[in-house]
Write a protein that binds this ligand. Sequence first.
Ligand code: FE2
Ligand code: FE2
Length: 318
Amino acid sequence: MTPTIQPSRIKSVTAQIEDIFFENYLKYFKNAEAKRRWSIYHDIPWDKASNDSSDLTADIVQSFSAVEMFLPDYTSKIMELVRRSRGRAWFQSNWGYEESKHSMVLEEWLLRSGKRTEEQIKEFERTLLGAEWELPFDHPRQMIIYTMIQELATGLNYTNLRRRAEEEGDGALTGLLKWVSADEQAHYNFFRKGVKAYLALEPEETVADLKYVFDNFAMPAQYQIPDWDERGKQIEAAGIYGPMIYVKKIRIPILNDLGIDRKQLKAAGVPSHLADQMADRAEEKAEDADAATFDRTHSLPSGPAPLRPAGRITIVSR
Ligand SMILES: [Fe+2]
Ligand SMILES: [Fe+2]
């Protein structure tokens, strides 16, 4: 008798991860449609764009717009890598739309503020022609880690630039950077949740990849933009982004955010003493949260009636 093979009811790890990605994408999209759709033409106070911003600010805006100019490479190459994942591929399409607005709005500010002419912008774009961005990692799990790091770093770049724009009093630049930073934060969250799904289902491989990608991370397009050395120094000198900021504001906070345990923190490359501190703090927080839940959900049994004040003893002197 030929045995009948029952199809397995247990989904493969890949299928489980895919389910999570798609569910995450649906939430991401719903939220984006409800709260985060903005228009270059209607939502930026362009009348507040002025020529008074410093030249350094304008140079930095142009550097960031140059990074966003490699969008066709980011979208096509990442899409090819994640094509089989509906959640990631659909996300990638939506992401491409949002990122395209970033390069357009930054360029628009350069023109409206009078910091660049059309001709100067075209000339700058010509210097970028011919260069092509390549995937820095070739595994989908490593790439989701890479994009998670890159989105938080990009968001921080824009938030720090916004602070500068605010100090220099340009309402248009401040306003547009608020929208752009919100997009970058949402991108980071989508990728972070994806990395958490990998951590839950393929913990060892994911922790090893975290270490590998963090150790080899570089912001995109640095090698494609001809004078990046100079531009990178300007950005660092302005306190917007640099190696110190990468470690303190990106690498450590992300590893904290992922909620990995002491052993995993060390395996992901966090120095032992720091990993212990981080894990201790996380454990304390978890204990506090548990205690708070206990207080909210348990009513204490009523105790004995409060004691009445003791009666005063009156000493009567005779
Ligand atoms: Fe962007
Ligand atoms: Fe982004």
